[in-house]
Design a protein around this ligand. Structure first.
Ligand SMILES: Nc1nc2c(c(=O)[nH]1)N[C@H]1C(S)=C(S)[C@@H](COP(=O)(O)OP(=O)(O)OC[C@H]3O[C@@H](n4cnc5c(=O)[nH]c(N)nc54)[C@H](O)[C@@H]3O)O[C@H]1N2
Ligand SMILES: Nc1nc2c(c(=O)[nH]1)N[C@H]1C(S)=C(S)[C@@H](COP(=O)(O)OP(=O)(O)OC[C@H]3O[C@@H](n4cnc5c(=O)[nH]c(N)nc54)[C@H](O)[C@@H]3O)O[C@H]1N2
Ligand SMILES: [Mo]
Length: 762
């Protein structure tokens, strides 16, 4: 089966740039492997353009003035993945029990192609069998109705459009809970919590135009070349204007080093490339609070000296006085921090931080871009607060070219939050829902992802519905989760391809195949469009035109509506069928619920570049309790939440360039030079010597959480790598078995997947 895996994995450094011929070759491999038809090429030309469809890969904004080909290598892989002609049919399930399939790799499960029929799990044969849609919906309704609503969780992964997401959140609330865990809980929830507390909005304040107006970019823990490659065009043009890019990342990620634009024939033919980062700081995993504090310390000291000498100040005192709170406490803590501690915790020399601080001090407008390297730590929220602290020092929020720029993950993960996929009452217009639909929405906080996991393990969660995603594979503590899952009364997964979550059945189990976003979705009123929100709060319409993978697929709005009708008493104010018949009517309902954001929603649906939902912090209106942007002195210098100890490492769980989350496209992490395997342990050579392991040796990791539970991952190939001492790297999701469910960011509950305490076992 594992055609892509090889017995003799190749691990050697990659010399090329991000983009370039490597990305063209990678596409030339994947398109035939998915056996796409020529239609896929037609669809690629429509990708990310007005009246086209919005890419199902990352959430990076789609410009109004698009390129002829407005997709990247990763986006094309995602499109080919959905438009594959391969099929996972009922005959496939006749041939394989779930027990057998549990030995398959993630890659092999999905490589069989799109699901074609609704499926019911049959415990006697341990197989899925095709069933009718009515049967499935009736059985799901019958299993859900008797349950205490508090014991049911409605998960969603961030791909589903705004329309189905709105219906899903409404269904959960009318059913009686806000148990709406979503992939965002594993991702940028540290941003949603941290930015909301600091500047009053839960999202980034910047837009694409800010790349044209900044004079420096500070980049923390985001791997642009693999995970948001279209941003490389924005970085490249910023660099051409002389913008400095200062990067903090434990690994030398190729996309952050240099890029050849595959859409520029001259660069392609001449081997031209753009250097991306002008400074590259290999911070220790969990070392960013210390690094940012070091930069702030320079600024504050230079400012103190300038004020004494009567020179122009380094900080923006006017902004600080007019717009912020708690500057003095932050400045005091910064002055008090010791350089020895900052150097130790960041792993960076004072002189390196001085270089970064010099750039920051002389720049008039600074963007701070960040990703999972900041959010997925025990102190993930403090990481985000440090980014804000740094920006506030020189008024770098709410002016052109400046502001926090979190890079969201799934293509509509931010949008799902906008339309009610949240466990938090304060994010929901409760009165509006009551007024529109005549029910009392629940006000008790619902379960997030970590709480849902604990609930599955302790038995208090009795049913999980998954609107997309691969919950059981993406969450921490995967061994205990897999063991507990069969105790669920009901497991329903709405999906496009078979994944590991589907191999664990509850007492009643259905696997429901749905249309993907690139496929034509025809309802009673004709072909439908859906919509998504990108990382910069711009909302885009998306119209699928490709022929559906099977005539038996239903759309996500239809599936949600059918379940809703089975579990809720009839309510004349919620016309589930009418909504499904014409998605414009769902958008009217969204507009009625959130009139400020979605004014004239249907009219503006296909605005080139999307329509912006607005952002108060970008106008320097701070929706915080104090009415000001708030500094926060960090409580500690390390984001890991655990202390260093002899033999203990910080494990970062990473994505390769050949995967989308738990979807494994192949076994070639080109930029890191790892081919034919994902079972690598990236380690510093000096740590190899200190631990007594050698290149190519097979070792295990044991997590070192100190709670008495043994969590272990075997079969890792020791791979020397340019990584700071004390840090290790391994691929997600295979490493998730090592992450304790309680090892998460303190306020946001994001699993701390970028610093897991582990030990090497030989
Ligand atoms: N092709 C593709 N695109 C994707 C995805 C995908 O899997 N494949 N996933 C999507 C999703 S859901 C998301 S959330 C995003 C994820 O995109 P990213 O935010 O880029 O997430 P990761 O790949 O997990 O890696 C984060 C980076 O952080 C670095 N890092 C780790 N620990 C630290 C630290 O302590 N400090 C600093 N400064 N850096 C650190 C790692 O070396 C790595 O370069 O991408 C989205 N886009
Ligand atoms: N250790 C570790 N764990 C992590 C992370 C990490 O960096 N390290 N990252 C975390 C992050 S940032 C995230 S976002 C989560 C991701 O967690 P999820 O969002 O749950 O996982 P995905 O792998 O994106 O889900 C893939 C599945 O989605 C289904 N799917 C694809 N397209 C569609 C569609 O259009 N509709 C429907 N209904 N289903 C579809 C397919 O069946 C596919 O198998 O993982 C988190 N877990
Ligand atoms: Mo994510």
């Amino acid at each position: 089966m594992s055609k892509q895996r090889s017995d003799r994995p190749e691990i050697k450094p990659f010399a090329g740039p991000a983009g370039g011929w490597g990305s063209i070759r990678s596409l030339a491999e994947i398109l035939p492997r998915e056996r796409v038809t020529p239609d896929a090429l037609v669809q690629l030309a429509r990708q990310n353009k007005p009246e086209g469809f919005m890419c199902t890969s990352c959430a990076w904004p789609k410009p109004a003035d698009h390129h002829p080909a407005e997709f990247c290598e990763e986006g094309a892989k995602a499109t080919a993945w959905e438009l594959t002609t391969l099929r996972t049919t009922p005959e496939f399930f006749e041939q394989h029990t779930l027990t057998e399939l549990r030995d398959w790799k993630d890659y092999d499960l999905e490589q069989h192609g799109r699901l074609t029929h609704p499926l019911r799990y049959d415990a006697a044969s341990d197989k899925y069998a095709a069933c009718g849609w009515e049967e499935a919906f009736d059985a799901i309704g019958a299993a859900l109705r008797p349950l205490d609503p508090k014991s049911v969780a409605f998960y969603s992964s961030g791909r589903t459009g705004l329309e189905a997401s709105y219906m899903y959140g409404l269904m959960a609330r009318m059913f009686g809970n806000q148990n709406l865990p979503d992939s965002s809980n594993m991702c940028h929830e540290s941003t949603s919590v941290g930015l909301k507390a600091a500047i009053g909005v839960p999202v980034g304040t910047t837009r694409l135009a800010d790349f044209q107006a900044c004079d420096a970019i500070f980049f923390f823990g985001q791997n642009v070349g693999s995970n948001a490659p279209r941003m490389l065009h924005d970085l490249r043009s910023a660099r051409k204007r002389g913008v400095e890019i200062i990067t903090f990342n434990p690994l030398k990620e190729r996309g952050l080093e240099r890029f050849t634009n595959p859409q520029n024939p001259i660069e392609m033919l001449t081997g031209g490339e753009t250097q991306i980062s002008t400074q590259y700081h290999q911070v220790k995993a969990g070392g960013d609070i210390a690094a940012m504090l070091g930069i702030a310390k320079f600024l504050i000291e230079w400012d103190d000296a300038a004020l004494t000498a009567g020179d122009p100040p380094v900080l923006d005192h006017e902004f600080i006085a007019q717009h912020t709170k708690d500057f003095d406490a932050f400045a005091e803590a910064t002055r008090a921090a010791e350089w020895a501690d900052i150097e130790h915790e960041s792993g960076l020399a004072q002189s390196a931080l001085e270089q970064a601080a010099r750039v920051y001090a002389r720049s008039k407008a600074v963007l701070a871009i960040y990703g999972m390297g900041l959010t997925q730590h025990v102190k993930g929220v403090e990481n985000v607060r440090m980014v804000v602290n740094l920006l506030l020092l020189r008024g770098n929020i709410g002016k052109p070219g400046a502001g926090p720029t979190p890079v969201r993950g799934h293509s509509n993960v931010q949008g799902q939050r906008t339309v009610g996929i949240t466990e938090k009452t304060e994010l929901v217009p409760v009165d509006k829902l009551k007024e529109l639909y005549g029910f009392d929405p629940p006000t008790e906080k619902g379960l997030d992802t970590v709480e849902t996991c604990s609930g599955v393990i302790d038995g208090s969660v009795k049913a999980v519905i998954g609107l997309g995603g691969n919950f059981l594979r993406a969450v921490p503590e995967t061994a205990a989760m897999e063991e507990a899952w069969p105790r669920l009364d009901l497991s329903v997964q709405i999906a496009t391809k078979l994944n590991r979550n589907h191999l664990f059945a509850g007492k009643v189990t259905y696997l429901l195949p749905c249309l993907g976003r690139i496929e034509e979705d025809v309802q009673a009123s004709g072909p439908q469009a859906v919509s998504t929100e990108d990382s910069t709060s711009c909302i885009h319409g998306s119209r699928g035109k490709s022929k559906p993978a099977s005539p038996h697929l239903l759309s996500e709005p239809r599936i949600v509506a059918e379940i809703a009708k089975r579990i809720l008493p009839p309510n004349p104010r919620v016309d589930w069928d009418g909504w499904v018949a014409d998605y414009a009517r769902i958008r009217d309902a969204i507009e009625a619920t959130y009139p400020a954001i979605f004014k004239d929603y249907n009219k503006r649906l296909f605005t080139p570049g999307g329509f912006w939902k607005g952002n108060k912090a970008a106008e320097r209106i701070w929706l915080t309790p104090s009415g000001r942007a708030e500094f926060l002195a960090p409580s500690c210098l390390s984001a890991t939440g655990f202390s260093d100890a002899e033999g203990r490492f910080r494990l970062m769980t990473l994505r390769s360039n050949d995967q989308f989350n738990t979807t494994i496209y192949g076994y070639h992490d080109r930029f890191r030079g790892v081919k034919g395997t994902r079972d690598v342990l990236l380690i510093n050579r000096e740590d190899m010597a200190a631990t007594g392991v050698s290149e190519g040796q097979i070792v295990a990791l044991e997590s070192d959480a100190g709670d008495g539970k043994l969590r272990r991952r075997d079969g890792l190939i020791v791979t020397p790598y340019d990584i700071p001492r004390g840090c290790l790297g391994a691929y997600y999701p295979e490493a998730n078995v090592l992450i304790p469910v309680e090892h998460h960011a303190e306020q946001s509950h994001v699993p701390a997947a970028k610093s897991v305490p582990v030990r090497i076992r030989v």
